[in-house]
Write a protein that binds this ligand. Structure first.
Ligand SMILES: Nc1ncnc2c1ncn2[C@@H]1O[C@H](COP(=O)(O)OP(=O)(O)OP(=O)(O)O)[C@@H](O)[C@H]1O
Ligand SMILES: [Mg+2]
Length: 266
């Protein structure tokens, strides 16, 4: 559920627009940031890049429907007959003045809003009921949340009182030129292979009549590029890395494979 990402050399990130400036401005002005966008479009990578760029520790929490406020804030643990308080990732980020990144925040239990609201507005405080502490977030602390506004999240949504505490960034699929640069940066594939895969992605994303839950992500193109670079036949690589990950419906698979065949032949 929780992991700590060590500060590393800036992980590669290909900007799409003004998102680096927005992040830096938000951080400087002590504003929390919400990032929304489809799967595999670079949200997590962007946050890791920005944490490294700003030299801040990053605490990432993958939210799920059982995640409670205590999972974020911390809890008393019992061992050797003693009770010891253990900070959660949100509390650690506040104490350290780092970034707390809540991935898929709409999944978390509703009780998490109680701790997020006072931290995400101008008060910037984290009350820890169980220890009686009231932490004031240092200037360098930043709260970042992300979610995928795909149809499965429409019902859950986010309360206006939560949304309106954040500066918001919309991520989408990169332009072809940017996506080729991402593929080359991530896999060191040839420009020709990058161009072909990005072309396939464009054609697949344009297939409106196919009932795909979500369009082909940059992540899947990277998988295909890696398999092809490893020596796999391009058609087979696209089937396994892209098409089969998009749908279970066999007719749809065959229709999507037509697009692949148009680029790589049979
Ligand atoms: N702009 C980008 N610059 C560099 N790499 C990128 C970029 N966009 C996507 N990628 C690559 O695509 C992969 C998927 O990106 P990432 O994990 O950040 O997606 P995400 O938006 O967090 O998806 P999810 O909603 O599924 O968590 C990354 O591992 C990275 O290789
Ligand atoms: Mg992610």
């Amino acid at each position: 559920m929780k992991r700590e990402t060590p500060i590393m050399d800036h992980p590669f990130y290909q900007p799409a627009g003004n998102e680096i400036e927005v992040f830096e401005q938000a951080w400087r002005n002590r504003l929390p940031l919400l990032i929304k966008g489809p799967t595999g479009c670079g949200k997590t990578r962007f946050v890791a890049h920005m944490a490294a760029r700003l030299g801040l520790p990053l605490h990432t929490v993958a939210c799920h429907d059982d995640l409670t406020a205590a999972d974020l804030v911390g809890r008393h643990l019992i061992g050797d007959g003693k009770t010891v308080w253990c900070d959660g990732p949100l509390t650690r980020a506040v104490r350290e003045g780092g970034i707390c990144y809540l991935d898929e925040v709409v999944e978390a239990r509703k009780d998490t809003t109680v701790v997020l609201h006072p931290l995400a507005d101008d008060r910037r405080i984290l009350p820890i009921d169980r220890t009686g502490e009231l932490l004031q977030a240092p200037p360098s602390f930043m709260l970042v949340v992300s979610y995928n506004p795909g149809y499965q999240n429409l019902l859950k949504g986010m309360k206006p009182s939560t949304r309106q505490r954040f500066v918001s960034l919309r991520f989408d699929f990169p332009t072809p030129v940017q996506e080729e640069a991402i593929l080359i940066g991530e896999t060191a594939c040839t420009p020709d292979l990058a161009r072909r895969l990005v072309g396939i992605a464009g054609a697949l994303r344009a297939l409106k009549d196919r009932d795909l839950e979500e369009a082909a992500s940059t992540r899947l193109l990277i998988y295909a590029a890696l398999l092809i670079k490893g020596g796999m036949d391009p058609v087979a690589a696209c089937r396994t890395a892209i098409v089969e990950s998009l749908t279970d419906d066999i007719d749809t698979v065959e229709a999507l494979m037509e697009v692949v065949a148009a680029t790589f032949g049979r």
